[in-house]
Design a protein around this ligand. Structure first.
Ligand SMILES: [Zn+2]
Length: 118
């Protein structure tokens, strides 16, 4: 399982790339709010991202911005029987027993909104 006591290396790198992407797009504009989409199956721990965000944004135009994280839950469609079902982890099989499924949601990892200070 995820080591909550350790250094959040994975999330640190992800948060860093989010901050870079926002700075690239927005230049020096002061950011008021940023909204991220982090799917529950993405393997990224939202709480760790929150933790890293404050550290990484220090001294950047994102410093002090509020961070909102939306966590879409997992959904998949079975390629064998066509059923759609929710899944909380990637090991879940379709009711028909098939592991042949297509993920519809849950692996998102993207910047959804960036709000600039007026
Ligand atoms: Zn099925």
């Amino acid at each position: 399982m995820h080591d909550r006591g350790g250094v959040h290396l994975h999330e640190m790198a992800i948060t860093q790339s989010v901050v870079h992407a926002v700075c690239d797009r927005m230049g020096d504009a002061q950011i008021r709010r940023i909204c991220l989409e982090i799917g529950t199956l993405s393997g990224v721990v939202a709480d760790s991202v929150r933790f890293c965000f404050d550290l990484i944004t220090e001294g950047t135009p994102l410093e002090g911005a509020s961070l909102e994280i939306i966590q879409p839950t997992g959904r998949a469609r079975c390629r064998d029987c066509g059923a759609e079902f929710a899944l909380n982890d990637l090991l879940v099989l379709c009711e028909c027993g098939s592991a042949n499924r297509e993920l519809l949601a849950g692996e998102e990892l993207k910047i959804r909104e960036v709000e600039v200070m007026a």
